[in-house]
Design a protein around this ligand. Structure first.
Ligand SMILES: Cc1ncc(COP(=O)(O)OP(=O)(O)O)c(N)n1
Ligand SMILES: Cc1ncsc1CCOP(=O)(O)O
Ligand SMILES: [Mg+2]
Length: 281
């Protein structure tokens, strides 16, 4: 942040930040304001590139970058193609890529993760590993996402250093409360909307998502059938963001798909009830 500073004639300092640094700065400042933490050191101005004519902040809609977008891999892509998609979504500002490849042996998952970490270098996108705590630790990922049949959250929390996050998929209020009691940093609830990943299974819907958001004190991500068309509806439940497979991994232009989701979340005018906070690494 230091290298691009200029003193303004009006007083104050102008920092030209790249897109990721700006997003992280704005988001952290807003979280601090929302949660009563120390106030940000500077006045933050954001140019609303996606919403011309709208002045953010005027009506409490200043929520740029508060919503998480986690891209979950679909386990179908070859390593080279996966790395390319990950590069694109990281450049577009994805908060996390979750490597989910349930059929892969540990070594294959490890090699994939090892290949993805340098792709994320210099971006604000974190790497999470689905289920395999050993792989997450061995490769130095930013955290682990636990499934219903994964190891218990409290045992995993005890194994991982504090900067590594532990997330857990939940499918009911009881599971969400249990995950919170056990020390999960966040939970994911779904499937919220109809999704090809769960053919024939009725979605749980945004009302159930809202009940969970209102019952726990940790961030809740929405998953299942999330697209730019329904992301705002999810955001209005107070969830902390979304996790997606198809809308991004299945898109011909994953970067553009990620940006479309981000625009839809921000344009909802909603803010997370419990914003997601990544530990300092
Ligand atoms: C962020 C996120 N949320 C939910 C899931 C789904 O979890 P899954 O790996 O399918 O595990 P269970 O549904 O069996 O608990 C995910 N992978 N990521
Ligand atoms: C892994 C998982 N868990 C609940 S829904 C889902 C799949 C989400 O995929 P999509 O974003 O394509 O609906
Ligand atoms: Mg599942």
């Amino acid at each position: 942040m230091e290298q691009d500073r200029q003193r303004l004639p009006e007083g104050g300092i102008f920092y030209e930040l790249d897109r990721h640094a700006a997003k992280v700065y704005i988001r952290d400042s807003l979280v601090r304001l929302q949660t009563g933490g120390p106030r940000p050191g500077g006045f933050v101005m954001a140019r609303p590139f996606f919403c011309p004519g709208r002045t953010w902040g005027a009506k409490g809609g200043f929520s740029l970058g508060l919503f998480q977008i986690h891209v979950v891999t679909d386990g179908q892509k070859a390593a080279q193609e996966l790395a390319e998609v990950v590069r694109k979504v990281a450049q577009a500002g994805a908060d996390a890529v979750q490597l989910r490849y349930k059929a892969a042996p540990a070594l294959e998952l490890y090699r994939l993760a090892e290949q993805l970490l340098p792709v994320l270098d210099g971006t604000s996108t974190r790497l999470l590993i689905n289920d395999r705590v050993d792989v997450a630790l061995a490769v130095g990922a930013h955290g682990v996402h636990l499934a219903a049949k994964s190891l218990p959250v409290d045992r995993v929390r005890a194994l991982l250093p504090a900067p590594m996050v532990v997330g857990r998929s939940v499918h009911s209020l009881e599971e969400a409360l249990e995950a919170q009691r056990s020390g999960a940093d966040y939970v994911t609830f779904g499937h919220v909307f109809t999704t090809r990943s769960k053919p024939g299974v009725p979605p749980r819907g945004p009302d159930d998502l809202r009940r969970i958001v209102e019952s726990v004190d940790i961030p809740v991500l929405a998953i299942g059938g999330i697209t730019p068309n329904n992301a705002a509806e999810a955001a209005r439940t107070g969830c902390a963001g979304v996790a997606v497979i198809g809308a991004v991994m299945g898109h011909a232009n994953p970067g553009a798909a990620l940006s479309a989701l981000a625009r839809a979340l921000e344009a909802s005018g909603a803010a997370p009830a419990h914003p997601f906070r990544w530990p300092a690494s």
